[in-house]
Write a protein that binds this ligand. Structure first.
Ligand SMILES: Cc1cc2nc3c(=O)[nH]c(=O)nc-3n(C[C@H](O)[C@H](O)[C@H](O)COP(=O)(O)O)c2cc1C
Length: 179
């Protein structure tokens, strides 16, 4: 099992450039495991048992996804509804309590540029504010929220920019493991 578990969620991975570049870079970092939930559960039906075991075995968690309508893709919401509800509500003492204090980091790609995520921009709020439901979830689950890794302008990024983003991501993952 991984020291750093990256749960990658992308409903259309064959067309992905940004998340693919990030995932490829992440795989070069020691002790990182990338689990692509959509590939594992193409019918959308997540098997809670193995996912709970996977989470308990990992030292730190990264949730990687493209921002879709200011939120996570649907399968990652299903993962929260199924796995987190079981771990932190139904079996809180036997399962959830076992991972208290572990770090969790969001790694999100966004099609829009940073200036769009402001009061005067089309998206009104900073992306970090829009991620607050995930931050609240981490707090509720006693997981240690980390500064998110955000990649803006992802839809139209050049290959060079994506390569740089991958390197920056790998650097953050090394820092997360070190700190
Ligand atoms: C259904 C859907 C909803 C999207 N919603 C947003 C959004 O709310 N904000 C944003 O910046 N980009 C949005 N995008 C753009 C994606 O975030 C962007 O294309 C993706 O992060 C690029 O990564 P990829 O190359 O791995 O697909 C959306 C894309 C789709 C398909």
């Amino acid at each position: 099992m991984a020291e750093t578990l990256i749960l990658l969620c992308h409903p259309d991975y064959p067309s992905s450039r940004a998340n693919r570049a990030l995932a490829d870079a992440a795989r070069t970092v020691p002790e990182v495991e990338v689990v692509h939930l959509d590939a594992l559960y193409p019918d959308g039906r997540i098997d809670a048992g193995p996912e709970v075991a996977r989470l308990i075995a990992a030292r730190r968690l990264v949730l990687q996804f493209p921002v879709q309508w200011y939120s996570t893709p649907p399968l990652l919401k299903s993962w929260q509804d199924l796995v987190l509800t079981r771990m932190f509500y139904v079996n809180a003492e036997d399962e959830g309590a076992r991972i208290a204090g572990r770090p969790v980091m969001v790694a999100a790609t966004a099609g829009n540029r940073p200036e769009a995520y402001s009061e005067s921009g089309v998206n009104l709020f900073p992306l970090s504010d829009l991620l607050r439901p995930l931050q609240a979830t981490a707090h509720r689950c006693a997981l240690e929220w980390q500064e998110p890794f955000l990649n803006f302008g992802a839809r139209s990024a050049s290959n060079t920019a994506l390569e740089a983003a991958g390197q920056a991501y790998a650097e953050r993952l090394r820092a997360l493991a070190g700190g």
